[in-house]
Ligand binder design. Structure first.
Ligand SMILES: Cc1cc2nc3c(=O)[nH]c(=O)nc-3n(C[C@H](O)[C@H](O)[C@H](O)COP(=O)(O)OP(=O)(O)OC[C@H]3O[C@@H](n4cnc5c(N)ncnc54)[C@H](O)[C@@H]3O)c2cc1C
Length: 411
């Protein structure tokens, strides 16, 4: 019995049915419509995986464990699997792989039809509210209009996801189920989530996207640096670099650590090289207004805002820029601090950081080390990937390992 028919649950059902056609496999899901999260993923196009997936693309539990699971079912095997079920993929920027149809629906339909072909039963509208284990599992289910019912089974796969996008059905109840079966939990925070700023700065820049290097610093760990596009919004900042950085900000806050979050608007430049670039502009464009000259390096409106911030008058030319102002400008260009008020939370988060600790599962089978007959897959575990198809790859890989674990369990 699999609880949760998201990416991990559907894949676990399919892989398990392929390995052990003799087993009766049922997937229960609380949502009335299966696959809501797959459908909205990748902007409705579903970034299925990436051309290169390594353990370092993930955070959370032990990288060795993550590596073992990824190696057991690689990104190449994912591409082959989807090809087999009729979904060919193509590569886009940053190695992201999308279906050729550019529609997440193709991915969901292929998974559902493969599950159907293999005789996997999927039961939507079946929300599991309690699981008791004593030799066998007793699963208590809430079914709208019908009331509650109890099913008995020898093996349970928890594929209930995390807390991100709760309206899709992944509301965190799965964590309670895991806990009631003997697991501990690494506290959860949103990941891959836009951040809200305290400044007023962002409002005027809303809609502008450009490259940045973000640095998240705490007193306790090495700084984390993330480069990529950032998008200014009416509430703060978003875009791939910010989404990747958000989990680090959340984890630091969770641990009550002082955290500074800065943006380098000239990625790859340090103080010396950034100042050299400004001196070049002074030499070659001495009659150009500072804000216009800066627009060669960063978006126009951002250039205006930064000039205002360091009190460079609108009519000042590069030739008139004194050393003190130039240095203040370099400072805000390469180390502009963001005062973060919070994040947009689980309703906007693509993933959940934290969950069931990896050292409580056997990475060769995804079997629980706490409860015999229990398996855990996908986002419920303490693993979160960066943006780019990595979280789905974790779902596919962990599902494949689970299937072999279940086959072994019943042998
Ligand atoms: C907006 C958005 C875009 C994303 N885009 C991408 C992308 O392009 N590429 C990528 O790699 N990742 C992406 N992700 C992340 C990816 O969707 C998740 O990592 C992945 O779906 C996790 O799969 P899962 O099966 O573990 O959990 P989920 O997909 O969350 O599935 C869990 C399922 O369990 C069910 N469930 C939960 N509790 C119960 C219960 N008590 N009883 C019964 N059923 C229950 C839920 O209804 C749900 O169907 C995106 C996420 C979001 C929110």
């Amino acid at each position: 019995m699999i609880v949760g028919a998201g990416a991990a649950g559907l894949a676990a059902g399919i892989f398990c049915a392929r390995l052990r056609p003799d087993l009766r496999i049922t997937i229960l899901d609380g949502a009335q419509k299966i696959g809501a999260k797959i459908l909205v993923s990748g902007g409705g196009r579903c970034n299925v995986t990436n051309v290169r997936v390594i353990a370092e693309d993930f955070w959370g539990g032990s990288r060795n464990t993550i590596r073992r699971v990824l190696r057991a079912f690689t990104e190449k095997q994912t591409v082959e699997f989807f090809h087999e079920i009729g979904v060919s993929l193509h590569e886009e920027q940053w190695g992201k792989l999308f279906p050729d149809s550019n529609s997440a629906k193709t991915v969901l339909n292929a998974l559902l039809s493969e599950a159907g072909r293999l005789g996997v039963t999927i039961m939507p509208g079946h929300r599991v509210v309690d699981i008791q284990h004593c030799e066998v599992f007793e699963i208590q289910i809430d079914v709208p209009r019908t009331g509650s019912k109890t099913l008995t089974t020898g093996c349970v796969v928890l594929a209930t996801g995390g807390r991100s996008l709760p309206k899709s059905g992944s509301d965190g109840l799965g964590f309670q189920l895991a806990q009631s079966l003997g697991h501990s939990l690494v506290e959860q925070t949103p990941g891959l989530v836009p951040l809200e700023l305290d400044d007023t700065f962002h409002g005027e820049l809303s809609g502008i996207a450009h490259e940045v290097e973000l640095t998240i610093k705490t007193a306790h760990e090495n700084p984390v640096r993330i480069s990529g596009p950032m998008l200014w919004t009416h509430f703060g900042v978003s875009g791939p670099a910010v989404l990747d950085a958000s989990r680090h900000w959340h984890r630091a806050k969770l641990l009550n650590q002082e955290v500074t979050f800065t943006a380098n608007f000239l990625p790859g430049s340090d103080f010396v090289t950034a100042e050299a670039r400004l001196l070049d502009l002074t030499k070659n464009e001495s009659n150009t207004l500072v804000r216009n000259a800066l627009a060669a390096l960063i978006p126009n409106r951002l250039a205006e805002m930064l000039c205002r911030e360091v009190e460079i008058p609108g009519r000042m030319t590069m030739g008139q820029l004194d050393r003190d102002r130039r240095r203040r400008l370099v400072h805000v260009l390469i180390e502009r601090e963001f005062r973060i008020r919070g994040s947009r939370g689980y309703n906007y988060a693509e993933v959940t950081a934290g969950g069931v600790p990896l050292d409580e599962i056997d990475p060769s089978t995804m079997a629980s080390r706490k409860c015999p007959g229990l398996f855990l897959v996908g986002e419920i575990l303490d693993v979160d990937g960066r943006i780019g198809g990595f979280n789905f790859q974790w779902a596919w890989s962990s599902a494949h390992v689970t299937a072999s674990g279940i086959a072994r369990f019943f042998s």
